[in-house]
Design a protein around this ligand. Structure first.
Ligand SMILES: [Zn+2]
Length: 105
C-alpha cells in the first residue's frame, strides 16, 4: 500500500474484475463494515485531480458502471508480460532478470 490516507476504487473497474475477486471484495468489505461503527465520521467526496493538482471532472466512461464502455476500460487494462503471459503483480520475469544480472557480477 502507498502512504495515502484513503483507498478509492472506481466501481466501473471493480465490476470488470473476475467474479471470484468481486466475491472476496464483498466479503472483506462486509467484515470491515462489521468491525467499525463509522457513523460518527464525516462523509467524504471523491474529486478528480490532474497530476498538476488542479481539479477536473471524471471521464464519463469511468462513471457509467451500468453501461460499461468496454473499449475505454480495455484501454487502461494492464498488458500481460511478453515472456510469461502473467500480469505485472504476478510476473516473476523481472525478479529473474535481476537475479541473473546479479549472478553475472
Ligand atoms: Zn513475466
Amino acid at each position: 500500500m502507498s502512504r495515502a490516507s484513503f483507498c478509492v476504487m472506481p466501481r466501473t473497474l471493480m465490476h470488470e474484475m473476475p467474479d471470484e475477486w468481486q466475491s472476496k471484495m464483498a466479503e472483506l468489505l462486509a467484515e470491515y463494515d462489521a468491525t467499525f461503527d463509522r457513523s460518527a465520521l464525516h462523509d467524504c467526496k471523491v474529486m478528480a485531480v490532474r497530476k498538476n493538482g488542479k481539479f477536473t471532472s471524471w471521464p464519463d466512461w469511468l462513471l457509467q458502471y451500468r453501461r460499461p464502455d468496454v473499449a475505454a476500460i480495455n484501454s487502461i487494462r494492464a498488458k500481460p508480460c511478453d515472456e510469461c503471459g502473467k500480469l505485472e503483480h504476478e510476473c516473476p520475469c523481472i525478479d529473474e532478470m535481476i537475479s541473473a544480472v546479479s549472478a553475472q557480477r
